[in-house]
Write a protein that binds this ligand. Structure first.
Ligand code: SAH
Ligand code: SF4
Ligand code: F3S
Length: 489
């Protein structure tokens, strides 16, 4: 682009803004700001004689990783070149605050960023994500981390280009955090990490208020996307080479509530199943309280929904589950698992467990071990309870001493590991369909793929196979993964 042309573009768009230009919708408005940023980046490139670089560092769950793909989409549109190094012109931290250590990690890394910024005065530092929705965090950053340029939250990430544009040429911290929103902005750019698979948001926020959890406070109330928008997005992804999608929500089982035309999650899955060219469907997370028989039936009938269910139990003690505000008992949970296993015999079940919730007794903990043994999870994410200020559990009596938690945690891990190693072994000798995902990190002659139940297998193959589904004989179980041989392409 010629410089004069660019300057004219900036002038025109600035005038339009001053004249109160009317946009058709938020998407158009944001594309307008992306164009303004583009012109700025272009001028900077001319001035510095090099491209501008951006690094996004993501913490937390799949939602955040998917949000970062949207941030990256915006940045590429603007003209930044992505880099893994934090020695970049723009560094974005997309933060998580679900447990305290996630939160502390950010403060630790900010010190390092401030040193980098001293060496590159052009550098901009942006913080976003769940941690920024906490007032105390923003106050602390304003007070002690003055070098941060931009703070925004989870509700207005679609506004990234606008906020970034407003920060160009200024040395002042810009803070734009919303308390909540009912808005869902569609059709902004997004860059996928993998060509052949993608996350797809079906809903945002959470209404469950589990008593230990901060997510409903930082992600706001539950909002479902229109099924037509979801289907359209997936069709576009498939046309662009995607064969596997992961439908994302904090509680996908309550999808569709509050829409003008209410629709169940199972019905959405039926519609997604019909999309031609799509091969695999995954989803997370399922809350046991809302898991319907209809969903189990749809899974059992489906050709495309993977035989995998992530079903966080949190605790095996009905007494604690009540205090956790989970709305199911140990027996309810085990009944669902029984139904799942009956209707989908080779289903892989995984879970999340919290150890050391306030008031957890040895008996409560043994109930958890009992559930683990009965369900025989393929894998389980285990977390030490972390006190989150503002949640009901933070002020509950009976916080469990650290040594007790550590001892229980170790015991639980041992049981989980024994069971998952035994589980993995059960498919040895079978030939299964595998989606080839990447070259093996350690051995270039190998590629790594995933079974429908999410287990990994390494086998001899060329990287040209990446993104295709092939048949692999599972030769040997290595505990958490297999070594195999490809039998058919
Ligand atoms: N929406 C999902 C979970 C999102 S958070 C669900 O309801 O299942 C992911 C996991 O973090 C939770 O399942 C829980 O096990 C864990 N977690 C949440 N808050 C926590 C806390 N305060 N301390 C420890 N672990 C926590
Ligand atoms: Fe947190 Fe519970 Fe909502 Fe999951 S369902 S995000 S654990 S409040
Ligand atoms: Fe963390 Fe926010 Fe996800 S708090 S776990 S990044 S929803």
């Amino acid at each position: 682009m010629e410089k004069e042309l660019l300057n004219k573009m900036i002038e025109d768009t600035d005038n339009a803004a001053n004249e109160g230009k009317q946009f058709e919708g938020e998407t158009e408005r944001q594309y307008y700001y992306m164009n303004l940023c583009k012109a700025h980046v272009y001028n900077e490139e001319r001035r510095l004689g090099r491209k501008l670089t951006a690094c996004i560092n993501t913490f937390g769950c799949q939602m955040n990783f998917h949000d970062s793909e949207k941030l990256l989409g915006i940045l590429r549109e603007i003209g930044y070149v992505e880099t893994d190094s934090e020695k970049a012109d723009l560094v974005v931290y997309n933060t998580c605050t679900v447990r305290e250590n996630a939160n502390l990690k950010i403060y630790g890394r900010l010190g390092y960023l401030s040193n980098l910024k001293k060496k590159n005065p052009n550098m901009k530092i942006a913080l976003c994500g769940c941690m920024m929705q906490e007032k105390e965090v923003v106050e602390k950053i304003k007070k002690s981390y003055r070098f941060v340029d931009i703070i925004f939250g989870t509700h207005n990430i679609f506004k990234f280009a606008e906020i970034l544009y407003n920060s160009y040429g200024k040395n002042k911290m810009i803070t734009d955090v919303w308390e909540g929103t009912t808005q869902i902005v569609e059709n902004l750019p997004s860059i996928r990490k993998y060509k052949f698979k993608s996350g797809v948001n079906i809903m945002y926020g959470c209404n469950n208020f589990c008593s230990y959890c901060i997510v409903p406070y930082v992600r706001g109330r539950e909002r479902s996307r229109e099924p037509e928008d979801i289907i359209k997005e997936i069709e576009n992804l498939v046309a662009d080479g995607v064969v596997e999608i992961m439908l994302l929500g904090q509680n996908v089982n309550s999808y569709g509530k509050g829409l003008k035309n209410e629709i169940s999650f199972a019905e959405l899955l039926r519609r997604v199943e019909k999309i031609e060219g799509l091969k695999r469907i995954r989803f997370m997370t399922s809350h046991p309280k809302d898991l319907s028989d209809e969903l189990i039936d749809v899974m059992a009938e489906s050709e495309k929904i993977c035989n995998q269910m992530h079903l966080p139990v949190q605790s095996g003690s009905s007494r604690l589950l009540k205090i956790m505000n989970r709305h199911y008992t140990k027996e309810d949970y085990l009944t669902i698992v029984k139904k799942l296993k009956e209707k989908i015999p080779d289903i892989s079940i995984t879970t999340d467990i919290i150890v050391g919730f306030p008031g957890e007794t040895e008996e409560d903990f043994e109930e958890t071990i009992d559930v683990v043994k009965q369900v025989e999870y393929d894998s389980a994410f285990t977390f030490i309870y972390s006190k989150r200020t503002g949640t009901p559990a933070a002020t509950m009596e009976g916080q469990v001493p650290e040594e007790v938690i550590k001892e229980r945690f170790g015991r639980l891990l041992k049981v989980i590991n024994e069971i998952s190693a035994k589980n993995t072994d059960k498919y040895t000798g079978q030939t299964v369909e595998v989606l080839v995902e990447e070259e093996n990190n350690h051995d270039e002659s190998l590629v790594t793929g995933r079974l429908t139940n999410n287990i990994l297998v390494h086998f001899k193959g060329d990287k040209s196979l990446i993104g295709s589904i092939v048949k692999v004989h599972l030769d040997e179980s290595k505990g958490f993964y297999y070594m195999g041989t490809m039998v058919e392409q």
